[in-house]
Design a protein around this ligand. Structure first.
Ligand code: NAD
Length: 487
């Protein structure tokens, strides 16, 4: 069994039981972690609280060096981390290499951004006055992370929160805690004790106590809408700062001018990377009616060519889903769509050649509409549901007909359509011809029910700083406008 990191020490804490971690490609148990408790959260918050004052007062040069050191250690250990990510999460090695690259560069990026500025000087009302804004850390940040990008989503919170001067308690997903603990042991060891703590456990037993803790003023959470709503309801009475990155139901619109082969490759990638288990996965595809047959044929051909298997094989394009519950929920959406008249063009079942593991064939459907669950709720699996549109206005209306607003993709070189798309689609990220490519300086996050938080870029740092205005008058004198009035 691995151990948790609390106050610079590895420990089982108060855990009486362990949580087994399963490889989703083989169903084998690969390791276990402590089933953390409310007492463990208490100890971790206390440690982070004690570490806060010295950490926030550290000079920005030293803090930057320590964050660069974390990045360098992740770089040194990257092969092991990539392998462990593939074992616990399932996606192919090449996707995990990219995830680890993101972790390294996010720490380097915020190491530098953190020493850039921490406020601004204002125009003062009088020449005897000096007005300025200081950006301050909040204190202890609770970081609650999901399983689909266990380290990237951890880094997008931890690096800016630390750069801003906060200290951290991380609660990784119970399904993918091993890589967070690996980082704790091999990459966070140069940080002062208590600056980062990692408590493993279930959402109800460790996540909720963290959310409810009075000494944790910020909750940075990535996960499902339902959990985000629960966290918001718990945190609201305590006036906590909430940083919520929730679900998505992103659309890809293919415009009439698109090349069918390129569009098909873009759609397959956007919908099926990490077996469709990405918050910004394309979960709805809209095609122009007059070219729909050609585009559909190209998409089916592209999806059929994908190779399913263990993420450890270099030839694998798509790995398993994370677990049986998720696969069953996915299969139910497909079955519901079928029962309502949708047609499966490829896939639709579990692959016969893979006996073990939570695999599902990538599945292309047509004949879907917005009354079906598969077009309304998050699918989080390898589905490509296709619908036709008759005008570009209708494509935009369909794209916006959704409770989520995380991202949206357009495949086109038609400048008028491109402008209409980024002007009128309500989503936090618009990708044109290059789906799902993020940028360290580009704020990532959602609109509507996807939550309003932003990660990456300057906005990603600002999320972890609060604003203090200082009004300073150089003259200590009785102001004419003080009491008594009528002087
Ligand atoms: P989840 O909401 O089930 O769990 C996320 C984390 O919250 C886990 O660590 C879990 O243990 C914890 N948790 C569960 N219940 C809790 C509670 N009551 N209080 C506090 N913590 C609790 O989500 P998941 O299945 O791990 O992840 C998939 C979801 O994450 C999808 O909906 C996906 O869209 C979303 N996601 C969003 C983004 C984004 O940036 N917007 C990125 C990746 C994933």
């Amino acid at each position: 069994m691995r151990q948790m990191l609390i106050n610079g020490k590895f420990t089982n804490g108060n855990a009486k039981e362990e949580i087994e971690v399963q490889n989703p490609a083989t169903e084998e148990i690969i390791d276990s972690v402590p089933r953390g408790t409310v007492e463990d959260i208490e100890a971790a918050v206390q440690a982070a609280q004690s570490a806060f004052d010295p950490w926030r007062k550290l000079g920005s040069n030293e803090r930057a060096s320590l964050l660069h050191e974390v990045a360098n250690k992740v770089h040194e250990h990257r092969e092991k981390i990539v392998h462990l990510l593939t074992l616990e999460e399932g996606k192919p090695l090449s996707e995990n290499e990219e995830e680890v690259e993101w972790v390294i560069n996010t720490f380097h990026y915020y190491a530098e951004l953190g020493r850039h500025h921490r406020g601004s000087v204002l125009a003062s009302g009088e020449s005897s006055q000096f007005n300025f804004i200081i950006k301050e850390p909040y204190g202890v940040v609770g970081c609650i992370v999901p399983w689909n990008y266990p380290l990237l989503l951890l880094a997008w919170k931890v690096a800016p929160a630390l750069a801003a001067g906060n200290t951290i308690v991380i609660k990784p997903s119970e399904m993918t805690p091993l890589t967070a603990l690996y980082l704790a042991e091999h990459c966070f060891d140069g940080l002062p004790a208590g600056v980062i703590n990692v408590v493993t456990g279930y959402g109800l037993e460790t996540g909720e106590p963290l959310v409810k803790h009075p000494d944790v003023p910020v909750i940075a959470f990535t996960g499902s809408l339902a959990t985000g709503q629960r966290i918001a309801s718990l945190a609201a009475p305590m006036m906590k700062k909430l940083h919520l990155e929730l679900g998505g139901k992103d659309a890809t619109v293919i415009a009439e001018d698109a090349d069918p082969e390129i569009a098909a490759k873009a759609v397959a990638y956007a919908a099926l990377i990490n077996a469709g288990q990405v918050c910004t996965s394309t979960e709805r595809v809209y095609l122009p009616k007059n070219r729909a047959a050609k585009f559909t044929e190209a998409i089916v051909e592209q999806v059929k060519s994908l190779r399913l298997g263990s993420g450890l094989e270099s030839t694998t394009d798509m790995g398993p889903m994370i677990g049986d519950t998720f696969r069953t929920k996915f299969e139910k959406q497909i079955a519901d769509a079928r029962a309502s008249g949708a047609k499966i063009l490829t896939g639709g079942g579990r692959p016969k050649h893979l006996e073990k593991g939570f695999f599902h064939e990538p599945t292309v459907l047509t004949g879907v509409d917005h009354t079906m669950v598969i077009m309304r709720e998050e699918t989080f699996g390898p589905a490509v549901p296709i619908m036709e549109y008759t005008s570009f206005d209708e494509a935009i209306q369909l794209t916006n007909d959704c409770q989520y607003g995380l991202g949206a993709v357009l495949i086109s070189n038609d400048t008028k359509k491109i402008k209409q798309f980024f002007d009128d689609v309500k989503a936090g990220t618009i990708w044109i011809n290059d789906p799902l490519t993020d940028n360290y300086a580009g704020p990532f996050g959602g609109m509507k029910y996807s939550g309003g938080a932003r990660e990456l870029g300057e906005e990603g740092l600002e999320e972890f700083r609060e604003t203090k205005h200082v009004h300073w008058d150089f003259n200590m004198e009785d102001k004419g406008y003080w009491f008594p009035y009528g002087r």
